[in-house]
Design a protein around this ligand. Structure first.
Ligand SMILES: NC(=O)c1ccc[n+]([C@@H]2O[C@H](COP(=O)([O-])OP(=O)(O)OC[C@H]3O[C@@H](n4cnc5c(N)ncnc54)[C@H](O)[C@@H]3O)[C@@H](O)[C@H]2O)c1
Length: 321
């Protein structure tokens, strides 16, 4: 496939390497030539990291890199392309302008079969594609950073996205080794942030109420629930937590689930004191000047987890054959 990545910042670079690793030809476009200059070096170093973890599927870094080129000729890039992944900052007016520009180029190049996917974390595609002639080709494909170690991608169609475009986007993301989840309709926060924010809000409330410390919340996830969550979701969890599976769980435990959930407090900004308490706890654990090192540590842990999950998935697959 011929892929265009529009915007060569943090996420655009990751998309470029994911598509190239799977054998596709990638053209990386940006309005800032300086960004493009830095992008290839950064992608090379990310590819080296993937290779040293065994996540390059036996390919040489140079061979994957050869499939990626940078361009400032958007007309040329869009001509004959199968899929474009937009990766500019999450500013509504910028997304509107960029998609209007892309729509005009689709018209001009006659490439009305291209898919135009936005990486936006929070803005539904209906907000920035409504007036477009080719709006049925537009949707959201939202990754999680860093997507080369966290494969899930939320695919969120606008009301006018063609079902074929949504299905084809899922197929394309599958083909590059990502794990698409497809929403049937737009919803504020999509899926990832609705689930993530529900947990975060309850964490704020518990700390604010003095029930436990910020560190206790983090330990409960990192050394507790998160261990299971790294390979199974909440429904898969409850299916195993009652002798008769999910039905049995619901009969036995849902009254308790509902009772606890009714006890949840208000949804509101945590107080400045609560934010200060969380900040103090975080800075005690990681001094401010060590945050960059800590991000590197996180990415190394994610890389190790990605390798482990790949090996376990292969064992699971083999045991089913
Ligand atoms: N950073 C994350 O953790 C993350 C995670 C998931 C999704 N996203 C989404 O990915 C998108 C990009 O985020 P990012 O973090 O990579 O941003 P970034 O700031 O790192 O990169 C944005 C790039 O877009 C380019 N750009 C800006 N305006 C442009 C224009 N008009 N034409 C061409 N290029 C233009 C910039 O030069 C820059 O290279 C956003 O929608 C964001 O919500 C980000």
């Amino acid at each position: 496939m011929k892929i265009v990545i529009f915007g060569s910042g943090l996420i655009g670079r990751c998309w470029a390497l994911l598509f190239a690793r799977a054998g596709n030809t990638v053209q990386l476009y940006d309005k800032e030539p300086a960004q493009l200059n830095g992008a290839l070096d950064d992608i090379e170093s990310k590819l080296k990291g993937l290779q040293s973890s065994g996540l390059l599927q036996g390919q040489a870094v140079a061979d994957v890199l050869k499939r990626i080129s940078t361009t400032t000729d958007l007309d040329g890039a869009i001509t004959g392309a199968d899929y474009l992944q937009e990766c500019v900052p999450d500013i509504v007016d910028l997304k509107r302008n960029v998609f209007a520009q892309l729509d005009a180029l689709v018209e001009k190049t006659g490439n009305s079969k291209i898919i135009l996917a936005s990486s936006t974390s929070v803005i539904p595609a209906s907000t920035f594609t409504e007036p477009l002639k080719h709006r049925s080709r537009c949707l959201v494909a939202h990754p999680i950073n860093p997507p080369h170690y966290i494969p899930v991608v939320e695919v969120v169609p606008a009301p006018w996205t063609s079902p074929e475009v949504t299905a084809e986007t899922r197929r394309i993301l599958d083909s590059i080794g990502q794990a698409p989840v497809v929403l049937n309709c737009e919803v504020e926060g999509f899926l990832v942030n609705r689930l993530q924010f529900a947990l975060l809000m309850e964490g704020y409330r518990l700390v604010e109420a003095g029930v436990c410390s910020p560190a206790d919340i983090d330990t409960t996830i990192s050394k507790g629930l998160g261990l299971r969550w790294s390979f199974m979701g909440p429904f898969q969890t409850i299916d195993l937590n009652a002798p008769g599976g999910v039905d049995d769980y619901c009969k036995r435990y849902n009254p308790g689930v509902v009772r606890v959930c009714k006890d949840f407090g208000e949804t509101k900004d945590p107080s400045p004191e609560t934010v200060a308490a969380i900040n103090a706890a975080m800075r005690e654990e990681v001094p401010f000047e060590d945050l960059a090192k800590r991000r590197e540590w996180r990415d190394n842990r994610l890389a190790a987890l990605a390798v482990h999950k790949l090996q376990m998935d292969q064992l699971d697959k083999a045991s089913k054959q």
